[in-house]
Design a protein around this ligand. Structure first.
Ligand code: HEM
Length: 414
């Protein structure tokens, strides 16, 4: 049995046009969770679903070296970071990153985010109308820099946030938005590179256990310190995605707006808050897919995977797979009540194992920050949602309601 082949000779434009539904729509059309197409001029096998997740996260079958398109490396992830490593080099770098994301450290960053949020409520009360996305972005930038040991003057918060956002928005963009991502990355790597140099020279005190200290002092599996640029790339691999949680916070606010009964359900209820947050991560679009390359040829479910072939695993499509999630297009947090976890079905941040595989290092931190945001939105303040464009356009990657979620009439909870 051969893999169904997409009719179009080159599908990059279709992917950019169709966005998050590109892979799923073809899987539905071919009646197969595996098909082959051409993306960025190379043959690419696309996969979705639970069995595919188990396959994709098998390190013996796939490698990450040279898997991600260069345009995404030069903007989103950086070149030389943990995402493109394999085997011992990956295990070493991943362990370094995971070592700063302990449960205690996650709680501390959550508390800093909470403090930022509480301090802003009176400001929002005075200023009338605010864009939640912009506000949360700056709060997260301040909180994560303070937590990571990265000094950040008040006057620099806005521009550093803009640089981090530009990297996230660039990979699927063409023209000015892509160039802004390249520029944002260049500036941010220079900024963080200088800070790593100062920490190493002892002129900038980096607290023990902080991300800056751990990365600046790290010796790799061969005993070498990380080159300055690589240290900057991997420190940015903590700062950038933490700020990106702002998108999920906007989606959580949108879900509370569209399903107001959940405002009551989550208030003071830890388990309901957790279910709500999990459903936000499942339902709303973030990263469309993850990329790898076949390590050595193999056959799977009757399909041939030739050595070196690029493979895309559909994260969004797996989170919306009807066999895994009954009524996948309905927002139903109750589906997570009593959920015991499954590394291969809820995959907004990748699947498999956090330490040995490429699953997101910041998944638990993301959940913590989202829970704090939901608690603040429902228990720390009241607000109105004025008329605005709240469409979530699945053709735009990364997706976000155009208004950034406007709120007004903010009052602290009585
Ligand atoms: C905003 C929400 C987030 C989303 C949607 C997200 C999503 C992802 C995805 C899809 C991957 C790739 C999985 C794969 O390659 O198979 C990933 C990897 C990664 N993420 Fe996240 N992430 C988020 C937040 C975070 C946070 C808060 C951090 C760190 C504090 C983080 C750090 C990383 C790192 C270091 C990797 C690379 C892991 C590796 O290659 O081994 N992410 N993330």
């Amino acid at each position: 049995m051969s893999i169904p082949v997409d009719r179009s000779p080159e599908s990059t434009l279709a992917f950019l046009r169709e966005g998050y539904r590109f892979i799923g729509a073809r899987c539905d059309r071919y009646g197969s969770d595996v098909f082959q197409t051409r993306l960025l001029l190379v043959p690419t096998i696309c996969l979705r679903g639970r069995p595919a997740a188990e396959l994709f996260y098998d390190n013996d079958r796939f490698r990450r070296k040279a898997a991600m398109p260069m345009r995404a490396q030069r903007t989103l992830t950086g070149v030389g970071g943990v995402q493109g490593l394999d085997d011992a080099a990956h295990r070493d770098r991943k362990a370094m990153l995971m070592s700063v994301l302990t449960p205690t450290a996650i709680r501390q960053l959550g508390q800093l985010f909470d403090d930022e949020w509480r301090a802003r409520i009176p400001v929002w009360e005075r200023s009338g109308r605010v864009v939640l996305y912009d506000e949360v972005a700056r709060m997260l930038t301040r909180a994560v820099c303070a937590w990571a040991g990265v000094p950040l003057a008040d006057s620099d918060v806005a521009r550093r946030t803009t640089e981090l956002h530009a990297m996230i928005e660039a990979p699927a963009a063409v023209g000015p938005q892509h160039w802004r991502g390249l520029l944002g990355r260049r500036r941010a790597e220079r900024w963080i590179g200088d800070i790593v140099d100062r920490a190493r020279a002892g002129s900038l005190p980096a607290p023990a256990g902080s991300a800056l200290r751990v990365i600046a002092e790290h010796r790799d599996e061969r005993g070498h310190p990380l080159p300055r640029r690589i240290a900057a790339v991997d420190l940015l691999n903590i700062l950038r995605p933490t700020v990106a949680v702002d998108r999920f916070v906007v989606f959580a606010a949108l879900a509370l707006h569209d399903h107001p009964q959940w405002r009551e359900r989550v208030r003071g209820d830890e388990a309901a808050t957790e279910s709500f947050v999990q459903e936000v991560r499942r339902y709303y679009p973030f990263f469309p897919a993850a990329a790898a390359r076949v390590r050595r040829s193999f056959d799977w479910a009757g399909h041939h995977f030739p050595r070196g072939r690029r493979v895309l695993f559909d994260l969004y499509g797996t989170n919306h797979h009807p066999e895994l999630w009954p009524g996948p297009e309905q927002f139903r947090p109750d589906r997570f009540a009593g959920w015991r976890g499954d590394p291969f079905s809820l995959v907004p941040q990748g699947g498999g194992d956090h330490l040995t595989g490429h699953r997101c290092a910041g998944e638990w931190l993301t959940i913590e920050l989202l829970k704090r945001a939901v608690t603040n939105l429902t228990s720390a303040m009241s607000y109105r949602v004025p008329p605005q464009d709240l469409t979530v356009n699945l053709r735009r990657m990364p997706a976000l309601p155009p208004s950034g979620f406007l709120i007004d009439g903010v009052r602290p909870a009585g």
